[in-house]
Design a protein around this ligand. Sequence first.
Ligand code: FMN
Length: 245
Amino acid sequence: MPFVQEETVNELYPMIFKRKSFHTFRSGEPLKATDLQAIQERCSSLQPLVSTIRISFRIVPQSATTCPQGEYCILIYSEKKPLHLQNAGYLGEQLDLWLAAQNIGCCWYGMGKIEENSVDGLDFIIMLTIARQEEASFRKDYRKAKRKEIGEIWEGVELPEVASVVRYAPSACNTQPWKVTATDQTLHVERVGGRRGIMPAHVVPYYNRIDIGIFLLFLDLCLAHEGIAFDRNFSEETAEYTLHC
Ligand SMILES: Cc1cc2nc3c(=O)[nH]c(=O)nc-3n(C[C@H](O)[C@H](O)[C@H](O)COP(=O)(O)O)c2cc1C
């Protein structure tokens, strides 16, 4: 059984090329109650990276947060366990891509704060800010998005269809803290340091673990899209994929 269902791959993979971070939103139609209900329902059916980690999503008006943008914010709360940040990234990115398919603009907002730092015993992890946007406001040419060169993020056996797409995963301050080392049958993914943009050094490991979860979702979607079956397991710093091809 694949980690991401075929239907989900068909729905989300094309959104890799359409999504972008809405650092500013154009004025658009307000989200309706039915939109908010659809988002909440989607939150309940996301595929986790680690199924034993309890997680919860809350949708609140943007004004209830310190986020200056958007109409609503989706707050991610999680149980604190090994890999909980990667799990939050993996889940939140499924939302980012799905929202693009609904023409709802989105931006991960790491800087955002909220008063309710704990809900049902779960800790606040991060938020995404959202607002409905015109289709034309989404990314037109993904190749223009600034990313590291493929050679910087992928070493060893080439898998061009995967490497050339997975590199477009979003990350905090565009740090792209990932490196893949490939053999014919395996992919070793590790979290790497280096760039940190305007982020204070002490928060980098936090956000970069969320980034790795986002990257693993992109990797799963790309492998599934290429029809490559795989098994995978994780530690806090690495992910090991065994490819069946
Ligand atoms: C975990 C995470 C946190 C982020 N936090 C912020 C933020 O606080 N403010 C912001 O404007 N953008 C934020 N971003 C958006 C990134 O800057 C953006 O994803 C990156 O520059 C790549 O651009 P793109 O998403 O348009 O492809 C965040 C992204 C991620 C993945």
